[in-house]
Design a protein around this ligand. Structure first.
Ligand SMILES: O=C(O)C(=O)C[C@]1(C(=O)O)C=C[C@@H](O)C=C1
Length: 375
């Protein structure tokens, strides 16, 4: 009897039971094939170790997903293919290296969310108490990678991160942009019972208008992270925390008000840091630090060589030199691969005009905003 004819004579329960048997048998075959795939990934990992090649090859991953996406069907969309293969690549990379990733903790921070968005669940997470501790874990070899916040679309630069990248030997090797949806969390108090709101200074600032309108009399207490604020809220009934839903789940809190950020497009950029390594083929942005003489036209003389070669400057920031009054160093992001002939050419001219020019790292294509996983 054909499948169609059989479907007509089977009761719903019989159909479910029959298809479950088929699904179990398909899962069995999938698992065998996935193990075979993992074995090849392991062999590639050994070859990469021998040749010094990088484990993570985003270009190859994109190629695979694009080819499979073209064969997608009504039953399995390109988005499903992307999600499934993203987990397969995670597993595959995890047999090639153990990825300990330090992040600004504790558990439940937005940085943890960014870490999972970038590395998937195959990473072994190492929660650190401060941005400094994340850098120390990477420079000291306790973690291969680190994830730290660097810029918020409402509040601007996180200067400590910028200073540490400028002052240490680590490189920026990627970035992640997350939309930030702040919630007010409490153990079991209602809005009227809250006398204190704790959160990272940036989060308190990003919710200023909402707090002025809804909790004008409450004390605002700046703490080291939003997740730490959630820990405090779990212990103190009249204290509410500004944090994400991941923190609510992790610390057993209720969301008393969702989406309290003043700007709905509020997003944070996180940098992925590591010890210096060669740029990847598909890195399209290069990060630079420029130290300039304190004279008229100094900044212009380093920007001109870029403009002349049509290299766009996508970000510029200044930080005090600290060793000299009112003198600055400049952080630049430019839209070009670090080894591109035009950029190498520009850098040579810039080096003549500046006290020093340092390449701080490079990133792949500008990340799209990813939606926070509130599951
Ligand atoms: O092709 C490689 O270089 C692999 O290591 C295999 C593989 C994969 O699982 O397909 C895994 C990691 C890379 O980022 C790209 C692809």
């Amino acid at each position: 009897m054909s499948e169609l004819a059989l479907a007509l004579v089977l009761s719903p329960d019989e159909q479910i039971a029959r298809s479950r048997v088929e699904i179990s048998s398909i899962d069995d075959k999938l698992l065998t094939l996935l193990n075979l795939r993992q074995d090849h990934a392991r062999r590639i990992g050994e070859a990469k170790r021998a040749s010094g090649a990088c484990v993570y090859q985003p270009g190859r991953e994109r190629e695979i997903v694009a080819a499979l996406g073209e064969r997608s069907t009504e039953l399995l969309s390109p988005a499903h293919v992307r999600t499934i293969w993203s987990a397969i690549f995670d597993a595959s990379r995890s047999v090639q290296e153990e990825r300990v990733v330090a992040f600004l903790g504790p558990r439940g921070t937005y940085t943890e969310e960014a870490m999972f968005a970038h590395f998937g669940c195959a990473a072994r997470a190492l929660a650190c108490e401060s941005v400094d501790a994340v850098f120390a874990a990477v420079t000291g070899g306790r973690a291969r990678y680190g994830v730290v916040p660097v810029e918020n679309s409402t509040e601007g630069t996180i200067v400590r991160t910028l200073d540490l990248v400028l002052d240490t030997t680590v490189s920026v090797i990627g970035d992640v942009v997350l939309p930030i949806a702040h919630c007010l969390l409490s153990k079991d108090a209602g809005l009227a019972d809250i006398t204190c709101v704790a959160g990272h200074a940036q989060a308190l600032a990003q919710c200023r208008r909402w707090l002025d309108a809804c909790l004008p009399a409450a004390e605002r207490r700046a703490v080291s992270s939003n997740a730490h604020a959630a820990q405090l809220a779990a212990q103190t009934p009249a204290l509410a925390a500004i944090a994400n839903r991941r923190a609510a789940d992790h610390y057993g809190l209720a969301v008393i008000a969702p989406d309290i950020q003043d700007e709905q497009i509020n997003s944070t950029r996180f940098w992925v840091i590591a010890k210096p390594r060669a740029a990847r083929q598909d890195d399209e942005r290069t990060l630079l630090c420029l130290e300039l003489d304190n004279r008229a036209g100094a900044l212009n003389s380093v920007l001109e060589p870029l403009a002349e070669r049509h290299i766009a400057v996508t970000r510029i920031d200044s930080r005090p030199l600290k060793t000299e009054l009112w003198a600055y160093r400049f952080f630049l992001e430019v839209a070009c691969h670090p080894q591109h002939a035009d950029l190498l050419d520009a850098l040579q001219v810039m080096r003549d005009a500046a006290r020093s020019v340092t390449v701080l790292g490079s990133c792949a294509t500008q990340p799209e905003s990813r939606h926070a996983n509130h599951a």
